[in-house]
Design a binder for this molecule. Structure first.
Ligand code: EPZ
Length: 425
């Protein structure tokens, strides 16, 4: 077991290069299986979710070369449609293989996904989409079989805006017979990234990035090369950390437009944010104003940053309310922030933060990926020593977090720790 030792209170300063988007990578890798030839994906983030996908595809018989941030995927040799349960449990986004295998083989057999513990993570909208395209879904003791003799285009209305369902239906529909229309589709940049790859492979997808996506199925998809967009959530995390430590950080390799809601919120709270072509400069300040945050689907404020921005708001004088309209149970970082002295209470879907007084270093544990990010930010902003366990969550989605923070002057070390029993005071 390892832990981070963070000696906080130092302003971050310097430049950080943002990696490729995790939430694109986990969809682009299965999408590549649909080509009748090798697909090269570049700018992959070096994170565990990508490693698990690499091993998963190899085990299923695909030819995959993977080095540094570069992966070549050739799915032609794949025979099996059954996904090995062990890998699936650790990879929530393995569900994108359902749409890919359905389009490729007309069948997929998988265990139900694992991943972050954010409360119930249903997949009913994915299933509804597959059934609309003519697939039948059976579920026997945790293994789900999705089968279709022929996938036929359909008009599908998503009751909820869902990134995963939008992408999964797009994957399945890309080689279906006829036209599929997805209405009330999610508009995240990662969806556009997947549509860009599929179109470069020869698919015919229009409207990705809007709430209506039109997919004209095609017979064949061919190999090509694709470079992943920058990770807007990693970028937002560093923007918030720069503000929280009163530092001055330049983020390179970002698309400022993808971060408009974060930039606006940081300015409202009192940080200075300067946008340039492909980089953003964040100058933190000594004091901040309380602000309310309400998450919503893109281009609204992302749910993946509600935990990190909560850490910042503990420093802002006054009362701030953070409401997560996407997930109802994404507050497991609050108890840990309280251990650092934060004054926060959860009321329904909202966290009410009484901010403006100093936090104290403490021993804390990350329960999920973005809760971990929030606790790192709180530790960096706090005079004193914070010890953070639960790094397996952070390693899933942040490439080289310690190295990037050390390059920004943070006093943070990753050390092995014997998981002592936590003595509750
Ligand atoms: C994606 O998850 C991201 N993960 C999540 O990021 C992100 O928080 C989420 O989108 C929202 O932006 C990946 O892209 C791999 P949804 P996804 O389907 O697709 C409900 C991170 O930290 N829903 O957009 O699973 C669902 O419960 C992760 O990087 C259904 O009810 O999210 C949620 O309340 C965490 N039925 C809402 O819709 C379904 O079939 C939005 O979920 C699907 C979703």
């Amino acid at each position: 077991m390892e832990k981070l030792i963070i000696n906080g209170g130092k302003p971050l300063a310097g430049t950080v290069t943002i990696s490729g988007a995790k939430n694109s990578a986990v969809a682009l890798i299965p999408a590549a299986l649909l080509a009748d030839g090798p697909v090269v994906i570049e700018n992959l983030p070096k994170i565990q979710d990508v490693d698990i996908y690499f091993k998963l595809l190899r085990e299923m018989g695909a030819d995959v070369l993977f080095e540094d941030d570069w992966m070549e995927i050739d799915g032609r040799a794949m025979q099996s449609v059954l996904m090995p349960n062990g890998r699936v449990k650790k990879l929530r986004a393995s569900y994108y293989l359902w749409g890919a295998l359905l389009a490729k083989f007309g069948e997929a057999r998988v265990g139900l996904p694992g991943g972050c513990d954010l409360g119930p993570r249903p997949v009913d909208l994915h299933i509804k989409g597959f059934e609309a395209l003519g697939a039948r879904v059976e579920n026997q003791n945790g293994v789900m079989t999705i089968r279709a003799n022929k996938l036929k285009g359909a008009r599908i209305y998503l009751d909820l805006v869902s990134v995963g369902a939008t992408i999964n239906i797009m994957l399945a529909a890309s080689k279906a017979e006829g036209v599929t229309i997805i209405e009330n589709a999610a508009r995240e940049p990662e969806i556009v990234d997947v549509a860009t790859l599929l179109n470069n492979m020869g698919a015919n997808i229009k409207g990705a990035g809007t709430d209506i996506i039109r997919i004209q199925g095609v017979e064949r998809l061919r190999g090509c090369r694709h470079t992943i967009i920058p990770d807007r959530i990693e970028a937002g995390t560093y923007m918030i950390a720069a503000a929280a430590t009163g530092g001055s950080v330049t983020l390179e390799n970002v698309i400022p437009k993808h971060l408009e809601s974060v930039t606006a919120k940081l300015r409202e709270i009192g940080a200075e944010v300067i946008e340039m072509d492909d980089c953003i400069l964040v100058n933190g300040k000594g004091t901040y104003r309380a602000a309310d945050v309400k998450t919503s689907p893109y281009p609204g404020f992302p749910t993946d940053l509600q935990q990190p921005i909560t850490a910042l708001l503990t420093l802002a004088k006054g009362s701030s309310i953070v409401t997560d309209n996407i997930y109802s149970a994404r507050f497991r970082h609050i108890d840990e922030l309280r251990r650092m002295g934060a004054n926060i209470k959860v009321e329904g879907r909202s966290a009410v933060i009484e901010g403006g007084h100093k936090l104290l270093g403490a021993k804390v544990v990350a329960s999920d990926l973005r809760a971990g990010a929030a606790l790192v930010i709180a530790g960096l902003a706090t005079q004193g020593t914070t010890e953070l366990e639960g790094l397996e969550h952070i390693d899933r989605g942040y490439e080289n977090l310690v190295g990037k923070l050390q390059n920004l002057g943070a006093d943070v070390q990753r050390v092995s720790s014997h998981r002592q029993e936590r003595h509750h005071m």
